[in-house]
Design a protein around this ligand. Structure first.
Ligand SMILES: [Zn+2]
Ligand SMILES: [Zn+2]
Length: 330
């Protein structure tokens, strides 16, 4: 099969991935084979291929927002022909303290799709059957691909931040994840304040119905109940913290963050303000969000790339040049 492969030994900044013919996955017991229809390109993929996350194997096929069709290894929940998604959480040990306490996102021995196991920048991908998420009937492919990471992690971030209907919520950064989260927030009658760099993202935020939009140095005109940060920059977290009311929460949605700047405890964190990180997702987050997305008819705006253009797609994510989520369509 054709695959875009990350091989740390030969990867260069100009050619992060190489297009290769590789063997089709051999199914292990309990796995299903998906024929990939589309795979979203996520900032985490960039962190993997640029080495912000250490390589864990000699080579890997990235991609963890996979929409595919079950073509082998079918189960009663996943009959042949079913449309199913593969997500970042590709497996857990099922037995550690976190797995036994409904926190499988924090599992001690996790398997991550497109990082510790091969992902969806390929024609086929093998997925543990219990971790393939059947797509609700009304979910459209391939535009569903960004729902599977950007969407689910944004939804989990709303949960981690403890968002209540009608609250004032800040979104710091307005990429794929925030553009989906704002649709959920509006369905909960929240007022959304967006701080983001890049005029294209500010325009997208206005078009999505944000109550107020500002550039990276601006401060929302009201105190926020909660804020979500999406940039891999610690200073953004401090900026979000400075906009919170007492008792407010900042949820950091970033797998990798540069240095967190020093900040003044008395004015910024005192008053029971909280900073929380958002780490991975659970299968329940995935199912709950996909059901909600189907009910609200959330359709991500996507920009299509061929598998052969995987490097261009990563560039587009890196430089935020596209007004929409980059998706490899096979
Ligand atoms: Zn576990
Ligand atoms: Zn992702």
């Amino acid at each position: 099969m054709r695959a875009a492969v990350f091989n740390p030994a030969i990867s260069t900044p100009e050619h992060l991935l190489t297009l290769e013919d590789v063997p089709k996955p051999q199914l292990a017991p309990g796995e299903v084979l998906l024929r990939v229809i589309a795979c979203g390109v996520c900032r985490t993929d960039l962190h993997i291929v640029e080495g912000d996350l250490p390589p864990l194997r000699p080579s890997v096929i990235p991609g963890h927002q996979v929409v595919g069709e079950v073509v082998d290894g079918a189960t009663p929940e996943l009959p042949l022909g079913t449309h199913a998604g593969a997500i970042w959480l590709g497996g857990t040990d099922g037995g550690c303290w976190f797995c036994r306490h409904q926190m499988e996102n924090l599992c001690d021995h996790p398997v991550f799709t497109g990082y510790t196991i091969h992902g969806g920048y390929a024609e086929f991908v093998a997925v543990r059957a219990g971790f393939a998420i059947p797509l609700p009937p009304r979910v459209d492919t391939p535009s569903a691909a960004p729902l599977l990471c950007a969407g689910i992690i944004g939804f989990r971030s709303l949960r981690v931040a403890g968002v209540e209907p009608g609250e004032r919520i800040g979104l710091y950064g307005f990429g794929s994840s925030a553009a989906l989260a704002i649709q959920v927030l509006h369905s909960w009658q929240c007022e959304v304040y967006v701080v983001t760099r890049g005029e294209a993202h500010r325009q997208a935020a206005r078009a999505a119905g944000a109550r107020w939009v500002g550039d990276e140095d601006a401060r929302p005109p009201v105190a926020l109940d909660r804020a979500l940060t999406f940039a891999p920059a610690g200073k953004v977290v401090v900026s979000a913290l400075s906009a919170l009311r007492k008792g407010g929460v900042v949820a950091i949605n970033a797998v990798h963050l540069d240095q967190m700047p020093a900040f003044d405890y008395d004015t910024l964190l005192w008053g029971e303000r909280q900073i929380r990180s958002v780490a991975n997702v659970t299968r329940q987050d995935a199912r709950d969000f996909l059901d909600l997305a189907a009910r609200l008819n959330i359709r991500p705006r996507i920009v299509r790339f061929a598998l052969e253009q995987a490097n261009e797609a990563l560039e587009a994510v890196k430089h935020e040049t596209e007004d929409g989520s980059a998706v490899l369509v096979l």
